[in-house]
Design a protein around this ligand. Structure first.
Ligand SMILES: *Cc1c(COP(=O)(O)O)cnc(C)c1O
Length: 398
């Protein structure tokens, strides 16, 4: 009975979620009909739902989607339709956009450094969870929420980034040495107190989460402060051509085991996936505007959705669309790819293997770019793409 109701609700919501988005059976049809001058972003309806289900059913706690990975309104609605009710946000714009799209969503303001206006506005809009990593930020939160007690204060700790393909450590986070004093102060202010960390994005080391949890347990043992929440952050990886991570369930199992061993079984547990929730659910198609020898000039680049491919040199699964059909690159040679802006750093760090006869007008589809693709675009030089279309059935080429 319960299941049937959920299922019906889900289907209805999903149709609503996609309202306003053009839908196509596959990528080839989409590119054929769109005739877009800009890059084209694909949203794979089923893959988004699958990833959401994996987190909602597998993770031993509450799953917050980190909105920065891809804040497209249709994607946010699709996640809601799949059952995601909690969202991690970092700015007032993210908060206002989510409030507009999903009025009943629960929002968690997890940026450790917030403006005073942002704190006050967030509280007025119903946000009750705030991260901090210093006494000064704690004071700001206290003042700007009008000394509210109905808030949860979550201390961001800096933890080892070993195993992360994209480390995030040298910017935010209190040390374990600083933590007891900060937690003691937070306890005096708020109803609920917690700790959070981020092991680094695309974390290929399952044990990184367990190590962070053990370190937190040691710290708490030493200082006698009680906490209510442990938030293990984001960092869950997906597969890219050069990076094959352990299954997601292994991460959940390791986290659950560490939490139990440390006596945290009764606390509220959160995670904040960004990449792993949406990467496989998106792709971007970019067009070759000119070929000069082994150089290709594209209509999207490092100031657009190819930041990770360009600046980090990450490899993505690619396909080609030309002559009306999709193909996996074969008989390849290496090409230097350039983005469309006039800036000379707008180029891919690593060469890409593409068919020898790739030419102007061909589209290159970068898969697994549902995270940090669309979201990373700037408007520099007028090159960016708002063209997002939903794809019913991802081609099974990859
Ligand atoms: C970016 C970010 C996330 C999401 O990280 P992923 O590596 O994409 O999972 C989660 N929490 C915070 C605080 C972040 O800044």
């Amino acid at each position: 009975m319960q299941l049937l109701q959920d299922y019906e609700g889900y289907v209805a919501d999903r149709e609503q979620a996609l309202a306003g988005l053009r839908r196509y059976e596959n990528e080839a049809t989409a590119l054929e009909i769109e005739q877009s001058n800009d890059a084209v972003h694909f949203l794979y309806i089923d893959k988004i739902s699958e990833a959401a289900s994996a987190f909602l059913t597998g993770f031993p706690g509450t799953c917050l989607y980190a909105a920065k990975a891809n804040p497209h309104p249709a994607l946010l609605r699709l996640l809601w339709a799949a059952g995601v009710r909690h969202f991690e946000v970092a700015s007032i714009r993210e908060i206002e956009s989510l409030r507009g799209e999903l009025p009943f969503a629960q929002l968690y303001f997890m940026h450790p450094v917030k403006s005073r206006q942002a704190i006050a506005r967030a509280y007025a809009l119903g946000v009750r969870h705030f991260a901090f990593d210093s006494l000064d930020e704690l004071r700001k939160i206290k003042q700007e929420t009008g000394h509210a007690e109905d808030i949860a204060l979550i201390l961001r700790l800096s933890v080892s980034q070993v195993g992360a393909a994209y480390p995030l450590d040298n910017k935010f986070g209190a040390t374990l040495m600083e933590a007891p004093l900060l937690l003691t102060h937070a306890r005096q202010i708020a109803d609920k107190v917690g700790v959070t960390f981020h092991v680094g994005s695309q974390c290929l080391e399952v044990e990184a989460y367990a190590n962070a949890i053990y370190n937190i347990a040691n710290m708490l043992d030493g200082c006698g402060v009680e906490i209510d929440i442990i938030d293990v952050g984001g960092g869950f990886p997906i597969s890219y051509p050069d990076m094959e991570p352990a299954p997601l369930q292994d991460y959940f199992d390791v986290i659950e085991k560490a939490l139990k061993e440390c006596g945290f079984g009764d606390l509220e547990i959160f995670c904040e996936p960004g990449r792993a929730m949406v990467a496989a659910g998106g792709a971007v198609a970019v067009r070759v505007e000119l070929r000069r020898g082994q150089s290709l000039y594209l209509n999207d680049g490092t100031y657009g959705s190819l930041f990770d491919a360009g600046q980090l040199g990450w490899a993505f699964p690619v396909e080609l669309y030309r002559a009306g059909r999709l193909e996996v690159p074969s008989e390849t040679s290496l090409f230097q790819l350039y983005g469309p802006t006039c800036d000379s750093i707008d180029k891919m760090k690593e060469h890409l293997a593409l068919p020898d006869d790739v030419c102007e007008g061909d589209w290159i589809i970068f898969r697994h770019l549902g995270a940090y693709g669309y979201a990373m675009q700037t408007k520099f030089n007028g090159f960016y793409s708002e063209t997002m279309v939903a794809i019913e059935a991802a081609s099974e080429i990859v």
